[in-house]
Structure formats: C-alpha cells, structure tokens
Design a protein around this ligand. Structure first.
Ligand SMILES: NC(=O)c1ccc[n+]([C@@H]2O[C@H](COP(=O)([O-])OP(=O)(O)OC[C@H]3O[C@@H](n4cnc5c(N)ncnc54)[C@H](O)[C@@H]3O)[C@@H](O)[C@H]2O)c1
Length: 247
C-alpha cells in the first residue's frame, strides 16, 4: 500500500499506460481521478477499479479545454482533499490519431493543431491547474511524457516530436518553480511501448518494444518517496535506441 491515501490525477487514463497506472495506483491504496476525452471508456475503467475495492472516479476531460482540466482538479480537491500526483499521458502522434498520411507540408492545420494542442498545451494546462495546490501543500509530483521522437525527430509526426521535446523544458521549469515547495517534476521518454501491436515495428538495441508495465513501474517509482531527491530530470526508457545507429 505504498500510495495509501495519496490522490492522483491521470490524463489519458482510458487506455494504455494511463489506464495501467490508474489500476496500479489504486491497487496500492491511492485515490485516482481518471480523466480522458472518452467518457464512456474512462467511466467503465474507473467502475472496474471500484468493483475490485479501489477508489477511482472517471471524469471527461479534453486536455485542450482549460475549464475541463480545472474542473478535474477541483473534483480531486473536493472529493479527496489533496492532489499529490499528476500523470500526463493524454497524447499521441497526430498523424496516427487523425489518420493523416500526408507529408508535413501538406498536412491540414487541424492536424498541426491537434499535435501541439493535445501533446503540449494540454500538458501545460494540467500542470498549471494542479501546481497551486501542490505548492500550498508543500508536496507533489508531476510526471510528463516525452518520447524518443522528441529526441530524434520525426519526419511525419512533426508536431508530436516538437511537443515531446517541449516536455523537457516544461519539466525543468516546473522543477525549478516547485523545488522550494517540495514539488517535484520528472519527464519519462519511452521508446516503443506495446500499448498497441504496431509499436513492435520500431527498432531498439534490445530487439524488442517495452511492455507497458516496464514503463509504468518506473513512473510509479518516480512518484514514490523513494525518488524524493529526483527532480528536473528526463528518463529515457528506450531499450538503447538512442545509443545511436538505429533506423
Ligand atoms: N506507446 C508508445 O510507444 C509511446 C512511446 C513514447 C511515448 N508515448 C507517450 O505516452 C503517452 C501514453 O501512451 P499510450 O500508448 O499509453 O497511449 P494510448 O493511445 O493508449 O492512450 C492515450 C489516451 O489519451 C486519450 N486522449 C486523446 N486525446 C485526448 C484529449 N484531447 N484529451 C484527453 N485525453 C485524450 C485517448 O482517449 C487515450 O485514452 C502518450 O503521451 C504517448 O505519446 C507512448
């Protein structure tokens, strides 16, 4: 029960690593506010957690809408009384999410906006919405999600790459602003993770993609008191892909 009575807010909690994090945090005693643009999925996932004895609530949040983001932070405070952990998973490559196979210079502006607004502005919004509470509490942990794409670039998903490298500046800035108040911020930058089968195609030095649990375990370590001296850092979990020489 490592996270007993801690309150976590998770964006993009309806699937993939966000969902797994919610399940694992709830299983370790946390109270979890699960947010996602997909209300049906996130509510069903929260109900499942509650049926197993956990404490979770599903809230519809499109991270591009600040009033929805702030509403989720308010719900966490009203229902549970604090905000101890924020995990920013909402995101994805705009070319995949909007099924746009065009090269960057031919992509419609809606695709550009989605890539930047969801991956970058949405994360900034959520960090902004919880930071005041964490500062007042004099404790809190914020995790942002980068990507190898943010480090090596992406010829197709240009805005995804832009946003993910932006997580490094955001995380360091939050760490600087939060440090006097014991608020930590770390970025985790995965290589391919098997939240969907297609990720198995991306090469790594270890010759495979990560299981979601291999990334989430590390993220939960960063959220725990064991990581109390870690802040402002970016953590690659990429099977050695960025050692160089990969296609
Ligand atoms: N899977 C990978 O290989 C990989 C690699 C590097 C980085 N990442 C990053 O990790 C994070 C999670 O990845 P995943 O594969 O678990 O994701 P996923 O695709 O399984 O889940 C993303 C969730 O975000 C939600 N979402 C989409 N748009 C939203 C919006 N506007 N507002 C709120 N929620 C929205 C989706 O409904 C979905 O539930 C993402 O930020 C992703 O970019 C993933």
């Amino acid at each position: 029960m490592e996270f007993k009575d801690k309150v976590a807010i998770i964006s993009g909690a309806a699937s993939g690593m966000g969902l797994l994090s919610a399940q694992m945090l709830a299983g370790s005693g946390a109270k979890v506010v699960m947010t996602d643009v997909n209300l049906e999925l996130v509510s069903a996932a929260a109900n499942e957690i509650c049926k197993k004895g956990g404490d979770a609530i599903g809230v519809q949040v499109d991270v591009r809408d600040y009033s929805q983001v702030k509403n989720a932070a308010n719900i966490a405070l009203e229902k549970y009384g604090s905000i101890d952990i924020l995990l920013n998973y909402a995101g994805g490559a705009e070319t995949r999410m909007l099924q746009c196979a065009k090269p960057f210079h031919e992509q419609p502006v809606e695709v550009i906006d989605w890539g930047l607004d969801v991956n970058q502005k949405g994360t900034v919004y959520f960090c902004h919405a919880v930071m005041g509470t964490m500062i007042k509490q004099k404790s809190g942990v914020i995790i942002t999600l980068g990507s190898v794409s943010g480090m090596e670039g992406s010829g197709g998903a240009v805005c995804y790459s832009t946003a993910k490298s932006g997580m490094l500046g955001l995380t360091k800035s939050l760490a600087l602003a939060g440090a006097p108040y014991n608020v930590r911020a770390c970025c985790v930058s995965p290589g391919p993770v098997l939240t969907r089968p297609g990720m198995a195609n991306m090469k790594t030095r270890l010759g495979r993609a990560a299981e979601p649990r291999e990334v989430v375990d590390f993220i939960l370590y960063l959220c725990s008191d064991k990581a109390a001296f870690i802040t402002g850092s970016n953590h690659m979990i990429d099977g050695g892909r960025l050692c160089g020489g990969m296609d």
